[in-house]
Design a protein around this ligand. Structure first.
Ligand code: M6R
Length: 576
């Protein structure tokens, strides 16, 4: 989490219009506090949203500066704990994304040597450590830091009166954008994708020294490293909300177009990659998915499609992968990740790679860490998703998985899908809006699914939790009678996702109805409160979730919640 930006420019640039505007593009990575520092020694920080900070601080100019938007890990959300952190004399400033695991040890040692700490963060230790070692020069100080530090870091450091940015990376993402007369560092390409499509991606255990004219990369021992410049493409117009009040609703409405774009890409531009991945899946003894949050629910659908098509597949939540999954050289591990940066997934992939497994992925963000770790990586082509809640990226993940499953014989009508998504939104949005008014004060909502509608029920509930702050549970309908049925009382809202002709789902729904639940049907059957225009089960899995996306959005609006930036969350989760 946390977003970091650094700019080294041949001309002076405005702090608000350039540095903080770039930071804004990374705000979805964390929004607890913000701050910046310049090579003139100016440092400003504040708690809360970036827009408010921008209103509050005086504008200025700089040629070299760094900035940070924080998702708090160590130390509360206070101004002192906001980055940048400085050394004792205020001559050196750092911003950090990651966790320094041995910071307490480092801090004690540095305090013994006379350093004065002002914050509760792990990151402050980096500034004092570099200050302590600076006598041998900044390069040696960075090498020693990389040798001694345990944990993860993308660090940018600047010094007063020095127009260079010093950068170090282990595990946390960091990229350098090469613009005209300007070098822009960022946690991801969004920081500079409006200015350049040329970037260099830091690998682990590398540091670099960057100024307006150029850059030099080194391994952690100081040996020069030659880096490849990568080119990427990005649809910039998607960064604006257009007529919508929130990114979430804009992104929900983008789903027909995004799905269409992906289908075309899988059929044409990415056809060779699809073929390669399908062959890898055929060659493997077992296909294991690894993912977190919404991407996990998408992968669970992938497992359903593939198993039904006769391919052995399993999935597991990334943070538990090492504990419960067996991998060896006959295994293919496919990571599903919107950001391509989720640390839990990266860690699981490293574990699997260590056991000899082959690695593939489905990502949305090109050149992300997970894509770079993969032998083959399909892009889900959803375009930038700004709202913390995944909507269009979930849909496209499932479309991509359906597409792969179709190569093994699972049937789905891809041609009709974009229109079906459009119809689902058009015919249900008004009704969802009305229902949201009724449900806005409910504390518990249950969603039932079975087989293929179970992952959809989980994702439906996930949206309600993270965006509307409703305690919602996506449950296996067949499992209710083994305990959870006791939670059902008169008037409990229960959504039932019934794929076409699922008789067991229908009778499980009757069981909750008989106990007084207020049942809301999401199905293709006439008379359902929310009608899904398909009888294809794979497509139903996608369309039924859209009802949950809309419901979460409209309940959150009724409740007056910060929809695009829900409390305590961040879009790119780069800590374990
Ligand atoms: O970037 P990833 O897809 O790997 O992210 C995984 C989860 O953190 C993510 O899906 C999270 O659950 C979202 N907030 C879902 O809306």
């Amino acid at each position: 989490m946390c977003g970091i930006v650094g700019i080294a420019s041949s001309k002076e640039f405005p702090i608000k219009g350039e540095l903080l505007a770039r930071l804004k593009k990374l705000e979805y990575r964390g929004y607890d506090s913000v701050g910046y520092a310049t090579s003139d020694g100016i440092c400003e920080k504040g708690v809360g949203e970036l827009v408010k900070f921008i209103e509050r601080v005086k504008d200025g100019k700089a040629r070299t500066a760094i900035a940070h938007t924080r998702w708090a890990t160590h130390g509360g959300v206070t101004e002192a704990n906001a980055h940048p952190h400085s050394d004792c004399k205020g001559n050196l400033f750092i911003v950090h994304n990651g966790i320094i695991e041995n910071y307490e040890e480092m801090k004690k040692d540095l305090e013994r040597k006379g350093h004065k700490f002002r914050t509760q963060t792990d990151s402050e230790a980096i500034a004092h450590f570099l200050e302590e070692k600076m006598g041998k020069g900044m390069e040696k100080a960075m090498q020693e830091f990389m040798k001694d530090a345990k944990g993860t870091f993308a660090v940018l450091a600047i010094r007063k009166g020095d127009e260079k940015i010093y950068a170090m990376k282990r595990d946390s993402p960091l990229a350098l954008g090469l613009a005209n007369g300007e070098m822009i560092l960022g946690s991801d390409i969004y920081a500079f994708s409006d200015k350049t499509n040329k970037a260099i991606f830091f690998d682990d255990e590398e540091y670099a020294i960057i100024d307006a004219k150029g850059y030099e990369f080194f391994d952690s021992k100081g040996k020069k490293v030659k880096k490849e410049i990568k080119e990427f493409t990005w649809a910039r117009q998607e960064e604006s909300k257009h007529e919508h009040p929130h990114y979430m609703i804009k992104e929900i409405h983008e789903q027909p177009v995004a799905a269409e774009r992906l289908i075309r890409s899988l059929e044409a531009d990415q056809a060779q990659k699809v073929e390669k991945l399908v062959n890898m899946m055929k060659e493997a003894d077992r296909v294991l998915f690894v993912a977190a949050g919404t991407s996990y629910f998408a992968s669970l659908l992938g497992v359903y499609f593939l198993n039904k098509a006769g391919l052995k597949a399993q999935t597991l939540i990334a943070s538990e992968f090492e504990n419960f999954m067996y991998a060896d050289k006959t295994t293919l591990v496919i990571a599903v990740s919107q950001s391509g940066e989720t640390m839990d997934a990266v860690t699981a992939l490293k574990f699997a790679k260590g056991k000899g497994a082959r690695i593939a992925s489905l990502v949305n963000v090109p050149h992300s860490t997970i894509q770079r770790m993969s032998e083959v990586s399909l892009e889900i082509c959803a375009g930038q998703e700004v709202c913390v809640a995944a909507t269009k990226t979930f849909t496209n993940q499932v479309v991509a998985l359906l597409f792969l499953a179709s190569k093994f014989g699972f049937h789905a009508d891809f041609e009709g899908l974009p229109l079906q998504i459009e119809k689902t939104i058009a015919s249900n949005e008004g009704k969802v809006k009305e229902l949201a008014k009724k449900l806005k004060d409910r504390n518990d909502i249950y969603i039932l699914g079975r087989g293929l509608s179970y992952p959809s029920a989980r994702e439906f509930a996930h949206k309600l939790k993270e965006i509307a702050y409703v305690h919602a549970e996506g449950m296996m309908a067949g499992e209710l009678k083994h305990g959870t049925l006791a939670l059902i009382e008169d008037g409990t809202p229960v959504f039932s996702l019934i794929p076409n002709g699922d008789a067991d789902m229908a009778s499980n729904t009757k069981e909750v109805e008989a106990r007084g639940a207020d049942v809301i049907l999401v199905s293709s059957m006439p008379g359902s409160q929310f009608q899904i225009p398909t009888t294809n089960r794979g497509i139903f899995a996608i369309l039924s979730v859209i009802i949950g996306q809309l419901l979460a959005y409209y309940i959150a609006r009724e409740r007056g919640l910060p929809i695009d930036k829900p409390r305590n969350l961040a879009k790119s989760v780069t800590v374990k």
